[in-house]
Design a protein around this ligand. Structure first.
Ligand code: ZN
Length: 243
C-alpha cells in the first residue's frame, strides 16, 4: 500500500497543486495539519484536499483559525496571518476544520501534527524529544509535522537515530518503530524552497520505505497573492529562501 504524506500546506495552493501533479498513483493521502495559516488561499486548499479525498488531522493554525486553539502563543506575524485567515475562511472550510481529529490511527500508522504526547503544540526538534514520544503511541509508525523539517527518527534497541530527509534517498524502515516527518508543502524551512512531501510504501514484510520528494512551484504567484491579501511581507519573503 502506498500513501502520500503531506503536511503544513499553510494555504499555499500553487505548492499543493504542484505536489498533486507530481504524485504517482497512491492508495491514500494523509495530511498532518496546518492546512491553513500564513498563506493566501485557505478555502481553495481545503476544497482541493476534499476533492483529493485526503485524511487530515488538526494543526495549531487550523484550530486557531476557527477559534478552538488559543493563538496567544503565536508570534506577531503568525497571529496577523491567523486573524486574516479567520476572516477569510468560508463556511465549508470552517466546517471541515471543525471535523478534524487531533490524532488519527489506522493499522500500523498514527498521525498527529506536533507530537504523539502533545498533538497540537509540541515540536519534535531532535532525537531527545523523539525518544520521549515513542511511548506515547502504540502503532509501529507515527507521522508528524509542525517543524517543517523532513526527518526520520528510528528507535533501534532503545537508541533513537535521526536521519535528515533528502530527496532521492528513500529510507528503509525495516522493523524498527519510527517517527516520520515529510517536511512542509507550503512553507519549507530546511533551506530548500521547493514544496516537500513524502511517499510511504507500506510493505507487508519488512521492506517498507519512506521517500522524500521535492517539487518546484510558482513561488512568485503565492507571494503576489499574499501581498494582495495584505499578509505580513516577511511571511511572503521567507518562501523564497525556504526558511
Ligand atoms: Zn506549520
Amino acid at each position: 500500500m502506498r500513501i502520500a504524506v503531506l503536511s503544513d500546506i499553510h494555504a499555499n495552493l500553487p505548492a499543493l497543486e504542484a505536489v498533486a501533479s507530481d504524485l504517482p498513483p497512491v492508495d491514500e493521502i494523509w495530511v498532518l495539519g496546518d492546512t491553513v495559516g500564513y498563506g493566501p488561499q485557505p478555502n481553495e486548499v481545503i476544497a482541493t484536499l476534499q476533492a483529493m479525498g485526503a485524511r487530515s488531522v488538526l494543526g495549531n493554525h487550523d484550530g486557531a483559525a476557527i477559534g478552538t486553539v488559543d493563538a496567544a502563543y503565536f508570534n506577531p506575524d503568525a497571529r496577523a496571518a491567523i486573524e486574516w485567515t479567520a476572516s477569510a475562511i468560508d463556511d465549508n472550510a470552517r466546517a471541515y476544520i471543525g471535523t478534524l481529529p487531533e490524532v488519527r490511527r489506522d493499522g500500523v500508522l498514527t498521525a498527529v501534527h506536533g507530537s504523539p504526547r502533545d498533538p497540537i503544540w509540541e515540536y519534535i526538534t531532535g532525537p531527545d524529544v523523539a525518544a520521549l514520544n515513542f511511548s506515547a503511541f502504540e502503532s509501529r509508525l507515527c507521522l508528524f509535522g509542525h517543524t517543517h523539517l523532513p526527518v526520520v527518527y528510528q528507535s533501534i534497541d532503545g537508541q533513537v537515530n535521526a536521519a535528515a530527509g533528502l530527496p532521492g534517498e528513500p529510507v528503509r524502515l525495516g522493523e524498527a518503530r519510527a517517527l516520520l516527518n515529510p517536511g512542509s508543502v507550503g512553507q519549507p524551512r530546511d533551506g530548500l524552497s521547493d514544496a516537500a512531501y513524502a511517499l510511504l510504501d507500506l510493505d507487508a514484510g519488512t521492506d517498507s520505505t519512506f521517500e522524500f520528494r521535492r517539487v518546484r512551484y510558482d513561488i512568485d504567484r503565492t507571494q503576489r497573492l499574499m501581498r494582495d491579501a495584505g499578509l505580513p511581507p516577511r511571511l511572503a519573503e521567507r518562501l523564497r529562501y525556504g526558511r
